[in-house]
Design a protein. Structure first.
Length: 349
């Protein structure tokens, strides 16, 4: 029986902290999750790892699993707070559970989490299985983890325009030599390869060290302190957000990678989650100098002119090449004009 008031916090098979009656007792500072270095509250940390309870399929999943308590802490405790993208987890104090005991090895509940249809619900409800990475699969879109050839892939529901926007940013980023998470098209969904390779490195979302503060200059200040080598990739990411009109960059969809053995921060995680860019919510109008994202990006370059070297050259031929490669039905010239007009506002800086 899991005791919400008393448990050990693990990194792999190392005890990094103990949560005992509302007090965090740190055992290994080097391997401690970044969130707990900032906020010494393990229950709040667990809540950040829980599936979004507002997702319809989340409610179906909890019902199929017959979870007696559906609050966020109880939800993640059901799977020892384990996730696909890091090796942090929890266990009762004094337990002999190992990391191998709690690592996920199947995707049995993936169809229910992604599709939410009755057949997948009924199948899940009649299963003797009860462990699933979906309980710690965060985010507001219906999605799931699928295991293919021993590799985890994130499948996310997507409209035609959302899928195009995600794939376009991925392909343009590759063309420009950026650090991009791998994306592929599906039928009614888009899939992305787990860039941690099954938690061979730990992904720490920016929320773990920034909270909800996504201000560009504040993020740069924080990166200067904990991982200066991540700054070039961060500049490239917000550059891409600016030219593709992606307003949905928040502190839970970018972050850092850490070594699982030493806790050392290795660098910036690949750019991912761009399904709100470009035409995902309709074709944006042509930009003006007062465009908020263009203005915010210019503020960064004003403050740090030395970062201008991270802005790549871009031309219409490159954008058209990406469109031709994707080969999806869109208003190609409108997209070319949109991207190039936004780029030119930056390039005139």
């Amino acid at each position: 029986m899991f005791d919400k008031n008393n448990y050990e916090i693990m990194s792999g098979d190392t005890v990094v902290a103990v949560w005992q009656n509302g007090e965090l007792i740190i055992k290994n500072e080097d391997l401690l999750p970044l969130y707990l270095k900032r906020i010494h509250n393990a229950d709040m940390w667990l809540e950040t790892r829980a599936i979004d309870s507002h997702r319809a399929n989340s409610r179906l999943l909890k019902k199929a699993l017959r979870l007696a308590e559906k609050d966020d802490v109880s939800t993640v405790a059901h799977v020892n707070a384990a996730t696909i993208t890091d090796n942090y987890w929890i266990r009762p104090i004094g337990s002999d559970l190992t990391y191998n005991d709690v690592k996920f090895s199947d995707d049995y509940f993936s169809n229910l989490a992604l599709k939410g249809n009755y057949d997948s619900f009924n199948k899940a409800a009649n299963s003797k299985k009860s462990r699933t990475p979906e309980l710690t699969n965060v985010g507001s879109f219906e999605k799931c983890w699928k295991l293919r050839d021993n590799k985890w892939w994130m499948y996310k529901k997507a409209t035609h325009n959302e899928m195009f926007s995600e794939i376009f940013v991925y392909e343009l980023g590759k063309e420009l030599g950026f650090n991009m998470a791998i994306y592929e098209r599906g039928s009614g969904f888009i899939k992305s390869l787990d860039f941690t390779k099954g938690a061979s490195v730990n992904f720490e979302p920016a929320s773990t060290f920034m909270g909800d503060n996504e201000d560009y200059l504040d993020v740069i200040k924080a990166l200067k302190g904990i991982c200066p080598t991540a700054i070039p990739d961060y500049i490239r990411m917000i550059f891409m957000d600016t030219i593709t009109a992606n307003p949905d960059r928040h502190t839970n969809n970018f972050g850092l990678l850490r070594d699982t053995t030493t806790g050392k921060i290795l660098g910036f995680a690949p750019n991912y989650d761009n399904n709100m860019a470009l035409i995902a919510r309709g074709y944006p109008s042509n930009p003006k100098a007062s465009d908020i994202m263009i203005s915010l990006f210019k503020e960064v370059i004003d403050e740090y002119p030395e970062y201008e070297k991270y802005i790549p050259a871009l031309n219409e031929e490159t954008v058209r090449k990406v469109l031709d490669k994707i080969n999806m039905k869109v208003r190609a010239q409108v997209i070319i004009d949109l991207v190039m007009n936004r780029y030119n506002f930056i390039n005139k800086h």
